[in-house]
Design a protein around this ligand. Structure first.
Ligand code: FE2
Ligand code: FE2
Length: 383
């Protein structure tokens, strides 16, 4: 983001405070006092990514929970408001005295008008490179289910260190990057409950770290966990569908990345990559291969498996389920802990794809916190 980024007017920022958490209120105060995102983030010792996320999240909460529908913000984003956009057209309905933003969460009042469209990426995407663009095998780094903020700190740090070291041409985030536990339909443990804003903040911090690895071309595939917010909205407040979306909260468009909704896939060379094709468990790799009839890499199962299938015509397909990077102690409320420890494997994938689109895929296990790539031991910190 540019250093001269303009922000919303002080009055508009002030009007968000009744809906803000303590952290978000600090960010709003800092923005009002400092006038620019960069200065404000520095003033309270936050990085720009998590600061920006806090402002976006409180805005989203105000819209979703309280029917606050500022015309200009809905269309152009908060950073351009100071350029003379009109003030909010709907007065915020503040929570009652003594209510926290969370306890004030009520069935949302009807927005002033129906949303025009979901807040998804609107600008045209750059063309992402394909294997035929290279005179050497193209390098693709594949990140399986991380389940932030319930990720395994050391395994994730090791994966990030490997990402920095391997220097891929493209990165594919294979789904379930976001855990979205707070909007899950599963029973939630009270001692682990979080606000959605906290989960989004944590995710943006980790996505900033992916971005810091310097690969320009990142595909973000949505998994069933990332899709929980859309399902929650559809079930609890269908009238508000489209006002808040995961790609906007995660700033996918702003990062210059590509967003792929759940149950869609991408193809690089001759390899299909998707979160899942409807199968789970230890046999999913074979089932995926049979269902697609193509080389395929999926997440979702958290198992690490790789199988090959040849054909009479000489073609050969590979099917991979790419493990995971979550913490079984935190991310597996829906799975017996011992089973998660036995069956699910930390790791990630690399694929080298030649000009014909044929892929040489490696699953890179993380064992005892470390992995080995090209003879080099890579070990992330414990936290
Ligand atoms: Fe999944
Ligand atoms: Fe998952």
């Amino acid at each position: 983001m540019g250093h001269s980024t303009k922000c919303a007017t002080p009055e508009e920022l002030e009007s968000l405070k009744p809906f803000a958490t303590e952290n978000e209120r600090r960010c709003l105060d800092a923005l009002i006092a400092n006038g620019s995102l960069r200065k404000a983030a520095a003033a309270i010792g936050k990085n720009e990514g998590s600061f920006n996320s806090a402002i976006r999240t409180v805005r989203a909460r105000a819209v979703v929970q309280h029917g606050w529908r500022p015309e200009a913000w809905g269309r152009v984003g908060w950073k351009t408001l100071a350029a003379g956009a009109p003030a909010p057209s709907v007065a915020p309905q503040a929570p009652g005295h003594g209510q926290s933003p969370r306890s004030a969460a009520q069935p949302a009042s009807k927005p002033a008008r129906a949303p025009e469209r979901p807040h998804v990426a609107s600008r045209s995407f750059r063309d992402f490179p394909q294997p035929a663009d290279f005179d050497r095998p193209m390098r693709v780094f594949i990140i399986p289910d991380v389940h932030v903020p319930n990720h395994h700190e050391q395994a994730w740090n090791t994966c990030l260190a490997a990402l920095h070291a391997w220097r891929p041409d493209r990165v594919v985030i294979l789904g379930d990057f976001v855990d979205d536990a707070c909007v899950s339909s599963h029973a939630k443990r009270p001692d682990r409950s979080r606000l959605l804003s906290e989960e989004i903040d944590a995710n943006n911090v980790e996505l900033d770290r992916v971005q810091a690895a310097g690969c320009e071309y990142v595909d973000f595939l949505e998994g069933n966990h990332c899709d929980r917010l859309a399902r929650y909205m559809a079930e609890k407040a269908p009238e508000l569908y489209g006002l808040v979306s995961m790609p906007e909260l995660l700033r996918i468009n702003e990062r210059g990345w590509r967003w792929h909704p759940y149950k869609t896939s991408i193809k690089i060379g001759k390899v299909v990559m998707t979160h899942d094709v409807g199968f789970a468990g230890k046999n999913a790799a074979w089932q995926n291969l049979a269902a697609t009839g193509k080389s395929v890499i999926t997440g979702h199962t958290h198992w690490a498996t790789m199988v090959y299938q040849g054909h009479d015509d000489g073609t050969r397909h590979v099917s991979v389920t790419a493990g995971w990077l979550g913490d079984p102690e935190k991310a597996a409320d829906y799975r017996p802990l011992d089973r998660a420890r036995r069956e699910w494997q930390h790791g990630f994938c690399t694929a080298e794809i030649d000009r014909d689109g044929v892929a040489w895929v490696n699953f890179r296990p993380i064992i005892d916190g470390r992995t080995i790539i090209d003879g080099r031991v890579i070990q992330g910190s414990c936290g």
